[in-house]
Design a protein around this ligand. Structure first.
Ligand code: FRU
Length: 479
């Protein structure tokens, strides 16, 4: 690996923070987190020459957004991870203010990374370039510079290229803001991966019946799934409506049909991918196993960031666990990849539990645990599950609600949605995160939480259920 000056500074920042991170009670054990600094979007997800590569937006020099390099983890099994040198650093004229999000593709044994070079001038005016970097070993990358310039009709909020092979051409989908200040996903095409031609919008405001649907669309991803096509995208600027859109920015999907000959996408309505507090900028990839795997950023750019308790240990945010996607009854379903079962350690199992009203079932859990709760009869009246006195899941009158203590610790906040029947909860708990897969992943609720005292789960309600609790092994992410 080339050890340039910036990489030496990054190595020093990582080494200097090791003791802080490892002594932090909120250090995540099986999620990918930055060893120092701020992580946001997962980038460049790919299975290349037998190795999984997960890159991520990374500021190794502070817990704020600003400096953006591509951090890099590798794995051969999706559970043991190794930190690699940063793959891209903002050093060139076309990316000097940030190597923003992008994607990876393999061609003829070469790994191609496409990303957005972000540039600000002395007056703070932004320019953006879609850039290419290549590598034969997946570790050292050579930057090739811009391959697509800003087309007419768009503001410099034009970014996050995701590239895939479509017939005899490669397509790139990007998040964009048009000059009417409305969000769109746009396409470009190439026959050789280096020369790119802009096509135009494929989805967005004022297309397919969408109105007032955000001032900018970030991180689009368009892919086939079953006999459909799915567009995942992150619109910014949606107003909260009923149970929807309560985070500052949204991450969701459209299911439809992409016509690759004329580059059009007919789709249905938008649905949120996650009903929790901390989920944004997901990306997907395939690994030859037939699965479509998604990871998201377990975070959000908002006012809460300044209250994250991990800032005192010089790190903030993380990525979700990998989730396999499928379409079930017209809904995009997410399930933890089966590899995660290898992390299951000591198990406790309770079958045919029956709770009476007002009698709590208490179970002490490890800070890293997986729980599988199967309701053997429909829940009568109310069900409630409290995790470490910090995050509470309840099901009352066909509504599932997740309430957590705010990061300042003084108040609580909620996310809620209607659910006709509650049959199963699979819950992944790490030292400071909870991912809840409801009814086999038909709805997912992802949230950070910062427990301070209690180490138990308390379950209340009038209900019949089976419960398995596994301790999850730690120390599989080497940072
Ligand atoms: C999404 C995002 C992307 C951008 C990146 C910069 O969180 O704003 O649109 O490329 O983060 O870090």
């Amino acid at each position: 690996m080339k050890q340039d000056n910036i990489q030496i500074q990054i190595n020093d920042a990582v080494a200097g923070n090791r003791a802080y991170v490892h002594n932090d009670p909120y250090h995540l054990e099986y999620h990918l987190m930055p060893p120092v600094g701020l992580a946001n979007d997962p980038n460049g997800l790919i299975y290349f020459k037998g190795t999984y590569h997960i890159f991520f937006q990374w500021n190794p020099f502070g817990t704020t957004h600003g400096y953006k390099a591509w951090g890099h983890y590798t794995s051969t099994n999706l559970i043991d991870w190794r930190l690699e040198p940063a793959a891209l650093k903002p050093e060139a004229w076309y990316d000097k203010n940030g190597c923003y999000s992008g994607s990876a593709i393999e061609h003829d044994g070469v790994l191609y990374l496409f990303y957005t070079g972000n540039v600000k001038d002395a007056q703070d005016q932004r320019s953006t370039y879609q850039c290419l970097a290549v590598s034969e070993d997946g570790i050292d990358f050579d930057k090739k510079g811009p391959v697509l310039h800003l087309p007419e009709g768009y503001t410099p909020h034009f970014r996050d290229p995701k590239v895939w092979k479509s017939g005899n051409e490669w397509l790139m989908i990007l998040g964009a803001q048009n000059t009417s200040l409305k969000g769109e996903a746009v396409l470009a095409r190439s026959e050789n991966l280096t020369d790119w031609e802009f096509i135009g919008p494929v989805a967005g405001n004022d297309m397919n019946g969408l109105r007032d649907f955000g001032y900018m669309w970030e991180c689009p991803d368009l892919f086939p799934l079953s006999d459909k096509d799915v567009l995942i995208v992150c619109p910014q600027g949606l107003e909260a409506a009923g149970d929807d859109y309560h985070n500052l920015f949204q991450a969701g999907y459209f299911i439809g049909e992409f016509d690759s000959s004329n580059h059009t996408f007919q789709h249905g309505s938008f649905a949120e991918l996650d009903k929790g507090f901390d989920f944004y900028a997901p990306q997907t990839f395939t690994d030859g196993s037939g699965r479509r795997i998604l990871l998201g950023w377990m975070g959000m750019t908002d006012d809460q960031e300044q209250n994250h308790p991990t800032i005192r240990n010089n790190w903030i945010h993380a990525l979700t666990i990998p989730r396999a996607l499928e379409i079930r009854n017209g809904v995009l379903v997410q399930q933890p990849v089966t590899e995660l079962k290898k992390l299951r350690g000591h198990k406790k199992h309770y079958s045919k539990l029956e709770l009476e009203k007002d009698v709590a079932f208490r179970e002490v859990i490890a800070p890293m645990s997986e729980m599988l709760l199967t309701f053997t009869r429909p829940v009568e009246e109310a069900f409630e599950m409290d995790i470490r006195n910090t995050l509470n899941i309840s099901y009352v009158a066909n509504r599932l609600t997740v309430e957590r203590r705010t990061f300042e610790g003084t108040d609580t906040e909620q996310r809620t949605f209607s659910l006709d029947l509650l049959s199963e909860l699979q819950i992944f708990v790490d030292r400071s995160s909870v991912e809840i897969f409801v009814n086999g992943g038909e709805t997912v609720v992802t949230s950070r939480y910062f427990p301070t005292d209690d180490d138990a789960v308390n379950i209340r309600g009038h209900m019949h259920f089976d419960l398995s609790v596994w301790e999850i092994e730690s120390g599989r992410v080497d940072i």
